[in-house]
Design a protein around this ligand. Structure first.
Ligand code: UN1
Length: 542
């Protein structure tokens, strides 16, 4: 077995058909690069150029997940006993390494999942910001001193790690989201088994290797590659076996509910960041240029593949025609392509062929509902490409931008998330109707309202049921120090990012230290203070 930091190690398997390097990637268990016990592997391919193979990765099974859990349990006592400021230093080293390697990681991310270079840059920056934030949190994992009701007795509280954390994330944010989870887990003294997303194993492998280079001891973070129904499911099964103390998952609502059930019956804490059908309301007082810009970015940035992407675009009837006309002009001018080869691209391919197939099924929902299609022709092909398409259609999985109008509350496409470049437009009669529509889907992740009426903005903020709200801003765009997460079907109320996330990776331990040398009973031996009789009759003076 080779240590993950071994030098002179040739990870390069071969040069692929495109002349680009393909990697032989590994699981990282207890600091060592390991093969799946079955010997099986799966491929990671560039969705903008499917002939570009990035590498092959172990298809992990039950015994591989178990080995990762063994390593995480073995590493726990010494990692949790490591002073939190030292844990913070290692996280600070990770930040510095990510800064140094940023350009390479950005291009690697774009090559693996097709996000534009600009967006991959933002995402790697989010991972850096997360490290910088939590590095300092290592010097601030405060507890409290609490006054006892009894004399000569001291009470205090401590944050304690939960234990072994199972981390499962989606491939659309393969750098920021695992860092949102793993970094706070580490600062609190937990150890980790990380199941990488099936469509982003190479970036995950690179990031896990960087964590070790930054000084993370062996076994503290263990990386297993594989499928959701394989390695991912085995990791969740381990909750039933009492081997996992915390699960953090970002992905679909369906899978999140299953994980919540398993965790619930075992009383294991879980953080669930799930789907969204995020509304954006446009009111007549809004700056329409700004509103068009924000709605367009929210709907089609990242090819609509964010959990925070715009779902229902709710436009007040008084500005409906003008807004839709200006919005459509932008949609028609959309530049789509491989941003490693073309400048000024708004979005690239779907994350993988599977995401493409699922998206096309989502479009069928809009058609079956009878929504009016204003734009979009499904998958981009050589003979069926919009004007702004810049790449080779037969090389990758590219989609037209889609807009459906005349959508109503009764339609399935109003209620359900469609992951990809599509927006459903709904006309609102007035503010109350718009707010009602914004609250009508089962989800509650992100939301936005464009208005220059302060009272309307206030009523939107207080009336919307969502974890996040933008006023005159798009529905997307998280910051490393602001709580991220949803309500309703978008999650179980836990949050990622910022100091609040510490709550999700630690528990409060209350300690009382009896200094009196005797057994003093709380509640019962507490000295009672009596009220004295007063001699003045206040009523005679009133
Ligand atoms: C953002 O909108 O900036 O999967 C972040 C997702 C989210 C991250 C979104 N967990 O899309």
């Amino acid at each position: 077995m080779t240590h993950v930091l071994a030098t002179g190690l040739d990870l390069l398997e071969h040069t692929n058909e495109s002349g680009l390097p393909a990697v032989r990637g590994w699981n990282i268990i207890n600091g060592h690069m390991t093969e799946a016990s079955s010997g099986e592997r799966f491929e990671s391919r560039n969705p903008a150029r499917l002939h570009d193979l990035l590498g092959t990765f172990p298809r992990s099974g039950k015994s591989d997940v178990n080995a990762a859990l063994d390593a995480a349990h073995a590493a726990l006592p010494s990692w949790s006993a490591t002073p939190a400021p030292t844990r913070g230093q290692i996280i600070g080293n990770m930040a510095r390494m990510l800064i140094d390697l940023k350009d390479d990681l950005v291009r690697l991310e774009t090559r693996e999942i097709g996000k534009t270079v600009k967006e991959s840059g933002g995402e790697v920056q989010e991972a850096i910001d997360t490290c910088l934030f939590f590095q300092a949190e290592g010097r601030r994992l405060y507890g409290q001193t609490v006054h006892s009701e009894l004399p000569n007795k001291e009470l205090s509280t401590y944050r304690r790690p939960l234990g072994v954390c199972a981390i499962i994330n989606a491939c659309n944010f393969p750098a920021a989201v695992p860092f949102w989870k793993i970094i706070p887990a580490l600062i609190c003294g937990n150890t980790v088994v990380w199941k990488s997303p099936q469509d982003a194993p190479l970036l995950s492998f690179a990031l896990a290797r960087i964590m070790h280079q930054a000084g993370l001891p062996d076994g503290v973070v263990n990386l297993v590659h594989g499928t959701g129904s394989g390695a991912g499911q085995h990791l969740i099964d381990a909750v039933d076996e009492g081997r996992v103390n915390k699960v953090s998952f970002t992905g679909s609502t369906g899978v999140g509910k299953m994980i919540g059930e398993v965790c619930g019956r075992n009383l294991v804490h879980c953080s669930l960041e799930l789907g969204g059908k995020n509304p954006l309301v446009v009111m007549p007082s809004a700056d329409l240029t700004n509103a068009v810009e924000g709605a367009y970015w929210a709907a089609f940035g990242t090819a609509g593949q964010r959990c925070t992407s715009l779902g229902n675009l709710i436009v007040h009837q008084d500005v409906y025609d003008e807004f839709v006309e200006r919005f459509m002009a932008k949609v028609r001018s959309t530049r789509i392509g491989d941003s490693l080869r073309h400048e000024g691209v708004l979005y690239g391919p779907m994350l993988s062929e599977k995401y493409g197939a699922d998206f096309l099924k989502g479009l069928e929902m809009c058609e079956a509902d009878g929504a009016t299609k204003l734009w979009g022709e499904g998958r981009i092909t050589v003979d069926n490409a919009p004007e702004g398409f810049l790449s080779e259609a037969d090389e990758g999985v590219f989609m037209w931008p889609h807009v459906y109008a005349d959508v109503t509350e009764g339609m399935q496409c109003f209620m359900e998330e469609i992951f990809g470049p599509v927006v459903t437009i709904v006309k609102a009669d007035d503010f109350d109707h718009a707010l009602h529509l914004a609250n009508a889907s089962p989800y509650g992740l992100s939301s936005a309202c464009y208005t220059n009426d302060r009272l309307e903005a206030y009523r939107f903020k207080t009336g919307i049921k969502a974890g996040m709200t933008g006023i005159n801003n798009s529905t997307t765009g998280a910051e490393a120090h602001l709580p991220f997460g949803g309500v309703k079907q978008s999650g179980n109320g836990t949050r990622e990012s910022g100091m609040w996330v510490i709550e999700a990776y630690s528990y409060w331990h209350a300690v009382n230290d009896e200094l009196s040398g005797q057994l003093q009973l709380a509640q019962m031996d507490v000295e009672e203070v009596h009220v004295a009789e007063a001699e003045v009759d206040w009523s005679s003076l009133a």
